[in-house]
Write a protein that binds this ligand. Structure first.
Ligand code: PMP
Length: 332
């Protein structure tokens, strides 16, 4: 394969059969290998989708600046896309993310602004700071400055509808019975659910919510109310209905604790050779719960969002795991 631009390598990821989860559930469970995207996560798609949309709408110009608030992966995806397309990137990130994400962003040449972690209602929240920064920069420089706004920008879910959903349907020869994943912006779940339902409305869609998030309660009783303690996972968990979530309908919801998430991640390293990041553990637990609910023989798909390399400070740090009362793999 020869390609003229690294952005051509975003998407078209393989589906991997998850052997241990399939065995224990009696279903065929598949993970979409988003960790194989060139900047390492599902958010490469979001970054590309948002930038292509901005180019089409003439919201951005060569040599111009993109600003975004991110937990890390969208920033890393944007860094790759912006570098490849000659845009500058400024990223606002909460200071509670793993340090490796900051290093990657700095080393890729993005300008990084770290802020304290604050709820969305607080003007100091990273998403709100990033929007303000974009407005100020445009005023200051008189040049077009594009705020990516992944939570509210509908280009996010639409790119998943166009690419991720279509790929899943085609890769399963239209035989997918159920899909589930967790929510950060909601772009993946909304896009895949809208896309799959347009092909076949009987495909079951489930939200798998992480500990400390409000989406399980939102989808089961209509109120976005937090369930469980703060999670150690990153990039997922949501307390409000983002614009990307307004178009999301799910048939079912599952709740996954950090304990369940870590158990499956360590298990899959040894059973399947998969070295996956935190949110993938939540997704796989959700897929197993959906499989058990649907009964044996079904084909279920979830997302393997990124790999474990960025999360050593949490996943393979004995003291950290002990302090959170989480399982510790016996090889560390
Ligand atoms: N997993 C990881 C590792 C992420 O970085 C994100 C995005 N923040 C998600 C899952 C959630 O994806 P989405 O924003 O499409 O809901």
């Amino acid at each position: 394969m020869i390609t003229n631009n690294i952005t051509d390598l975003i998407g078209n990821t393989p589906l991997i059969k998850l052997n241990y989860p399939s065995e224990i559930s009696g279903c065929e469970i598949y993970g979409k290998a988003e960790f194989l995207n060139p900047a390492g996560s599902i958010k490469d798609r979001t970054a590309l989708g948002i930038i292509l949309d901005a180019e089409e709408k003439n919201l951005i110009e060569p040599g111009g600046t993109v600003v975004e608030g991110t937990f890390g992966n969208t920033g890393i995806g944007l860094a790759l896309v912006c570098n490849a397309k000659n845009y500058n990137l400024k990223v606002v990130m909460p200071n509670i993310t793993v340090p490796s994400k900051r290093d990657i962003l700095k080393n890729m040449g993005a300008e990084l602004h770290l802020v304290d972690a604050k709820p969305y209602s607080d003007p100091g929240n990273y998403q709100r700071v990033s929007q303000k920064l974009a407005l100020e920069l445009e005023k200051e420089t008189g040049k077009k400055t594009f705020w990516a706004g992944q939570f509210e920008n509908l280009a996010n879910y639409k790119f998943h509808e166009k690419t991720t959903a279509k790929e899943i349907f085609d890769q399963t020869n239209g035989k997918v019975d159920g899909f589930t994943c967790a929510i950060g912006t909601g772009g993946t779940l909304t896009g895949v659910s809208v896309g799959l339902k347009s092909f076949n409305k009987n495909i079951l869609i489930a939200c798998t919510d992480s500990q400390g998030s409000s989406m399980y309660n939102y989808f089961t009783n209509g109120t976005p109310e937090k369930k469980g303690d703060e999670s150690i996972t990153e990039g997922i968990g949501q307390a409000r209905v983002t614009k990307n979530l307004e178009n999301c309908t799910v048939d079912q919801s599952f709740y996954v604790s950090d304990n369940e998430c870590m158990e499956i991640l360590y298990k899959l390293i040894k059973t399947d050779g998969l070295f996956l990041g935190l949110s993938s553990g939540v997704n796989i637990c959700g897929a197993i719960k959906l499989a058990k609910e649907m009964g044996p023989g079904k084909k279920i798909v979830t997302i393997l969002c990124d790999d474990a390399n960025k999360y050593y400070d949490k996943m393979f740090n004995k003291e950290f795991l002990q302090s959170k009362n989480l399982p510790i793999p016996d090889w560390i």
